[in-house]
Design a protein around this ligand. Structure first.
Ligand code: KIV
Length: 274
């Protein structure tokens, strides 16, 4: 969030995000995975998310499932060094929160301490997960929920499909959102959810919803940074708007560099020392 003079406000808090919802201000969230992009995203976003999408866009896996707590700590610390104003949230990877509330608190505590993030995010919210969310909140660790398409359960869900279609699935999603709020989460990501349902859930909750593929009525939006910058060339889901086309310009720069080295045009005298 910026002031009229363009100067950034002090660090965004979980309370401030709820106040933004009350004021009808839309919340801007983007992912980041390293220091330099963390710094750039921090100039404009309210929330910087170190998502476990780093499994695909940084580490080259097919899904988020192989991502470890160590991976999240490593990247979370790097982003932390660049983020001064936005609220920093780090994802809890697969099986670091599903086993028991004690295990969840221990793993989230490590993530929280080692990265210096202000909050963690975890996927799903059945009754058992709600117990884990409550245990985290009790331990002083703010939690962002994530429902709808939860990528760590992609195989159980049968692929990357819109969730909450039909009365039963919509009712389940409404319940999960309410359960997260009751358990003390400060915000909830809605991923791949019909726009009308996302709007309904957003109006029903006091905490903000952050949509991805959930239409315009969520209280905020999140995208994976490399997708919206056009670096992830093959990835073109319907919900994604590319705000840049960085892959072609990166490729052109790399090709120019290779040609200049091969031809001897680089380095020239001005790049050399006496
Ligand atoms: O891992 C991630 O980047 C996410 C966002 C897409 C919400 O969970």
């Amino acid at each position: 969030m910026s002031t009229e003079s363009g100067a950034r406000q002090p660090r965004i808090t979980t309370r401030e995000l709820i106040a933004m919802k009350q004021r009808g201000e839309r919340i801007v969230c983007l992912t980041a995975y390293d220091y330099l992009f963390g710094r750039l995203v921090d100039e404009a976003a309210d929330i910087v998310l170190v998502g476990d999408s780093l499994g695909q866009v940084v580490l080259g896996y097919d899904s988020t499932i192989p991502v470890t707590l160590e991976d999240m700590i490593h990247h979370g610390r790097a982003v932390r060094r660049g983020v001064r104003h936005a609220l920093l949230v780090v994802d809890m990877p697969f099986l670091t929160f599903q086993v028991s509330p004690e295990d969840t608190v221990r793993n989230a505590g490590r993530l929280f301490q080692a990265t210096g993030a202000e909050a963690v995010k975890l996927e799903g919210c059945d009754d058992e997960t709600a117990r884990h969310v409550r245990a985290l909140v009790r331990a002083g660790i703010p939690v962002m929920g994530h429902i709808g398409l939860t990528p760590q359960s992609v195989h159980a869900l049968g692929g990357h499909r819109v969730q909450g279609r039909g009365d039963v699935a919509a009712a389940r999603l409404r319940e999960e959102a309410a359960r997260l709020e009751a358990a003390g989460a400060f915000a909830v990501v809605l991923e791949l959810v019909p726009a009308a349902l996302a709007g309904e859930i957003s109006r029903a909750l006091e905490i903000p919803t952050i949509g991805i593929g959930a239409g315009p009525e969520a209280d905020g939006q999140v995208l994976v940074l490399y997708d919206m910058l056009g670096l992830n060339e093959g990835f073109r889901p319907r919900f994604l708007r590319r705000f840049g086309e960085l892959a072609p310009s990166a490729r052109a720069a790399i090709t120019d560099y290779a040609a200049a080295v091969r031809s001897g045009a680089y380095p020239a005298a001005e790049h050399s020392f006496e």
